[in-house]
Design a protein. Structure first.
Length: 630
């Protein structure tokens, strides 16, 4: 086993070092398992009358290559029965790309939509919104939140900044467009009534909101919506300018809004709705920024939601050092210098609930300058720690640590982007996925990952009060079966890995009953081949659903978790390590299954870096603990 492990680790190290860019970064693909961004960009190209035939052809090829035999599309490989929202997105994307509705693949898609109840059964808010943009459903059926929401001060019982940051950058252009009832239709594409058994979109009917409006703070929304219709034009203009300013102030250097393709597409439409010309520099830069996100995938082109460059670079550099690459190696130094250049130096929306805010975090993408997140920051801090030990980068590490500590929530956990942004009112909004999209609560995976950094890298333990509070948060959020839910990865394996490695790093007693229970849960779900695999379906029903095969990434997470809490190797760890070694640097479902989570039931991601980074880290930890060098 030792020789095989050394060979496997060496092969992964060499592959990562070959893939590193000249500026020290790693630029792997970050692909959505669905086609929402691809379809929406096709619609934008058509409605903007952009001359981009090669891009159109590439996006169409990816969509068509992923159509299922029954005419539908899904958002993760083992999703049964196809996905209606994805199928509607692809149908209209292809239609706007110029594919005839009489083509066989379009006829099959149309039949799949009708079989599933038509457009009125679409459950994705983003899909519904795009349908309203192109005039397929009326704006009057859209959710009744007035643009005036942006005008309310943060002292109000309900206000715009109670929504999560990733929701707000989509809502600002959405509210503008909904307020203007603006549509962008291609004249030769009719409103396809035949795809709707009834024209009434019940999922957006005001009656759905009535129980929520009759009592509590949400009742104020209905009053504001009614008052908004009679508001003076000057007040409405101020609200429009506030939404416009909100977007413009959050445009990144590459022209995108918060470095998200989806919010940028909505912004382009919203700016046109308030009078921007198609040739306005802001719009042209935004389009160029989106184009830079394109990447080959599935025999065509894919529009990535964003790039994962900072995240991949931080993870890869740390994995290399754990594998034994010395701190003075050029690959580590270059990665550190790249990461230093991406540390944030200005305040963003995250400062709202932070006392004495000071910048110092890192974001996810290559061009993220104002939207740092906890997971990327701890990942970057792990990566630059070896350079700090050689008396470099002390100031950057101190600022990053200060930022992390300032972001701890009152419940003891850590969220992704903002502090204490989990207003219970947001969970009551009767829209599919509202709780996941509209709030940014503490999560076990982010809390565990932060504890792992604080324990292994900084050397802190439960003796420190804020560490103790985080441990209590994890114990309180453990599931009855012993697992933890992971918000940003798939799903219970991910959350359990993060929680166990975090608790172990801060030296929680490994005989703690809840840790023992988590170990038992992990051992109970190991597959006969030694690996582990979990379906994205777990994320939708909030219960562990096994995948019918093992994946390289999830097996690495499970092995790393077990190594962190066991005193010695056993049959389970040996079998997991053997699975990894047998499948390293292979292709197919074992490496391609999406293991990144975005929006439950709708958005999942495949990180091209993950089948390299996580097995390398797990095997390196396994070797270091159980097969130390003589």
């Amino acid at each position: 086993m030792r020789n095989r492990m050394n060979e496997g680790i060496s092969a992964l190290v060499q592959q990562l070092q070959r893939d590193q860019q000249n500026n020290g970064s790693w630029r792997y693909g970050f692909t959505e398992s669905g086609m929402m961004t691809d379809a929406n960009f096709l619609i934008l190209i058509r409605t903007m009358e952009l001359d981009k035939p090669e891009i159109v052809s590439g996006l169409c090829d990816r969509i068509l290559n992923r159509q299922l035999a029954d005419g539908s599309w899904n958002v993760y490989p083992d999703e049964t029965g196809g996905n209606l929202s994805a199928t509607v997105e692809c149908y209209f994307g292809l239609l706007y790309a110029g594919v005839s509705s009489d083509e066989p693949m379009m006829l099959r898609a149309k039949e799949a939509i009708v079989r599933r109840g038509g457009i009125r059964r679409v459950d994705s808010l983003l899909t519904k919104f795009m349908l309203a943009v192109i005039g397929q459903i009326p704006w009057t059926r859209f959710f009744p939140i007035p643009l005036a929401l942006l005008m309310l001060p943060v002292s109000s019982p309900i206000h715009f900044f109670q929504f999560s940051g990733y929701a707000r950058v989509h809502m600002a252009p959405m509210l503008l467009l909904a307020d203007r009832h603006k549509t962008f239709q291609a004249p030769e594409i009719p409103v396809l009534n035949e795809l709707q058994p009834t024209m009434i979109d019940n999922s957006l009917d005001d009656s759905l909101w009535d129980p929520y409006f009759r009592s509590g703070l949400l009742g104020q929304l209905k009053q504001w919506a009614a008052a908004w219709k009679e508001a003076p034009s000057a007040f409405k203009q101020r609200a429009t300018q506030t939404a416009e300013r909100y977007m413009l102030d959050r445009i990144e250097p590459d022209g995108t809004l918060y470095s998200y393709a989806s919010s940028t597409i909505f912004m382009i439409y919203a700016l046109q709705a308030i009078g921007y010309d198609r040739s306005h520099p802001v719009i042209l830069r935004a389009i160029d920024g989106i184009i830079a996100f394109l990447r080959p995938d599935s025999g065509g082109l894919h529009l990535q939601t964003t790039t994962s460059t900072v995240w991949d670079t931080a993870l890869a550099s740390h994995a290399l050092t754990q594998a034994g690459v010395p701190p003075h190696h050029p690959s580590i130094i270059q990665a550190g210098n790249y990461l230093l250049s991406r540390q944030h130096t200005k305040l963003g929306d995250w400062q709202l609930h932070v006392k004495n805010p000071e910048p110092g975090g890192w974001g996810f993408s290559d061009i993220n300058t104002i939207n740092p997140d906890v997971d990327d920051t701890t990942a970057a801090l792990r990566a630059i720690e070896p350079l700090r030990q050689t008396n470099q980068h002390n100031d950057a590490a101190e600022r990053g640590l200060h930022w992390i500590l300032s972001m701890q929530n009152d419940d003891g956990g850590w969220a992704a982007f903002e502090r204490n942004n989990n207003h219970p009112l947001m969970k009551w909004i009767p829209l599919e996925g509202a709780e996941a999209a509209a709030t940014d609560p503490s999560s076990p995976d982010l809390t565990g990952r932060t504890l792992e950094y604080l324990g292994r890298t900084v050397g802190l333990s439960g003796k420190h009060p804020f560490v103790n509070r985080a441990c209590r948060y994890l114990y309180e959020t453990q599931e009855q079966d012993g697992s933890w839910y992971g918000r940003w990865g798939v799903c219970y394996i991910y959350g359990t890995w993060a929680a166990l490695t975090g608790l172990s790093a801060v030296r929680e007693p490994l005989e703690h009953p809840q840790i023992v229970k988590a170990i038992g849960w992990l051992l109970s779900i190991q597959n006969p081949d030694g690996g582990f695999g979990e379906s994205c379906g777990s994320d939708r029903i909030m219960r562990y659903i096994p995948l019918q095969y093992s994946t390289l990434v999830q097996t690495a997470w499970a092995l790393d978790a077990l190594v962190s809490v066991l005193d010695s190797a056993n049959e389970a760890t040996d079998r997991a390590a053997d699975f990894l070694l047998r499948h390293l640097l292979t292709t197919g479902s074992v490496t391609s299954y999406p293991t990144g989570a975005g929006l439950p039931g709708h958005i999942y991601s495949r990180y091209e870096s993950y089948p390299l980074i996580w097995p390398l880290l797990a095997l390196s930890q396994y070797r270091s603990k159980f097969f130390p060098s003589p």
